[in-house]
Ligand binder design. Structure first.
Ligand code: 5RP
Length: 288
């Protein structure tokens, strides 16, 4: 057989083999599971399996809220201390250094301002944009029990359908409407729905009997911090959340509105990744 014939035969078998791989979906399976796992490993530190996300997305409905008026300035001492930044597209483009070490989780929902009906959100950033921005995850809010509950939950389903095709984890935020109680019954309902729809991460608030919320949600839960409280209390809340099964935090105001945001970040990290208690963490915070 001539070399030419042998090469043609090799090419023929290579094409046949690759078609078989695609038909069996082996290639797709391998590539997809690697993509999503690789992205998740940039959010959750493989050493502890947990994450300290810094949430700075508040401007998407609150405008220049206290502590985020000059986002570049706020982020300067903090961005690289976080495992992951939770941020909007516009602020990522304009206020984040291109060589940032932390991973990025992009908020993709929006619509109403603080003056309107908060649950009236839609998806405002495309998946292509998220991929172009090289993010490790995308997040949107669902408003269980609010006026537009059904639309926000259907939007979550649609977003996950698309995101999973590209190995992009979706984080669901169980946003609390103005008149909603932050108790384990309501948050447990919202977190479970987010998990049922297919979210890879769920963000919620701390509440009494938080462990009940965690126990009924089989995907990792990260705790949002909520309104600013004294540092000691925020650290105790973090310790309790971790002890009750949280996989980390996605915290904003209790870090960037702190007297010493960088020290607060280090103290939170000690609890989440090293298992420090809140007293040890507060000592660390006080040393600066
Ligand atoms: C705003 C959000 C925030 O990311 C979330 O609430 C965490 O921030 P904070 O700790 O300040 O509550 O989703 O809608």
């Amino acid at each position: 057989m001539t070399t030419m014939k042998m090469s043609l035969r090799l090419v023929f078998y290579a094409i046949k083999w690759s078609k078989w791989i695609v038909k069996k979906n082996y290639g797709a399976k391998f590539i997809m599971s690697f993509g999503i796992e690789n992205r998740l490993s940039k959010i959750f530190k493989p050493e502890s399996g947990k994450t300290v996300m810094l949430a700075v997305d508040h401007g998407y409905f609150q405008g220049p809220t206290t502590g985020l008026e000059d986002l570049r300035k706020t982020l300067a001492p903090l961005a690289n201390l976080a495992d992951c930044l939770f941020i909007t597209r516009g602020m990522l483009r304009n206020c984040v250094e291109k060589n940032i070490q932390s991973s990025i989780c992009l908020r993709v929902s929006g619509g109403p301002s603080i003056l309107g009906e908060l649950s009236n959100e839609d998806i405002v950033v495309s998946l292509e944009e998220a991929i172009r921005l090289n993010v490790s995850g995308i997040g949107m809010s669902i408003f269980v029990g609010a006026e537009n509950e059904d639309r926000t939950i259907s939007n979550l389903g649609r977003l996950i359908n698309e995101a999973e095709k590209y190995g992009m984890p979706v984080l669901a935020i169980t946003a609390v409407g103005r008149e909603m109680a932050r108790d384990s019954r309501y948050l447990g309902l919202a977190c479970r729905i987010a998990a049922e729809i297919g979210s890879r991460i769920v963000k919620t608030y701390y509440c009494e009997d938080f462990y009940k919320v965690v126990e009924s949600c089989p995907v990792p839960i990260v705790m949002a911090g909520g309104t600013k409280i004294p540092e000691k209390d925020a650290l105790l809340m973090t310790e309790n959340a971790i002890k009750e099964g949280a996989s980390g935090v996605d915290m904003g105001r209790n870090i960037f509105q702190s007297e010493n945001p960088a020290a607060m970040m280090k103290a939170i990290k000690a609890i989440v990744h090293k298992g420090a208690d809140s007293k040890e963490a507060f000592d660390l915070y006080s040393r600066g």
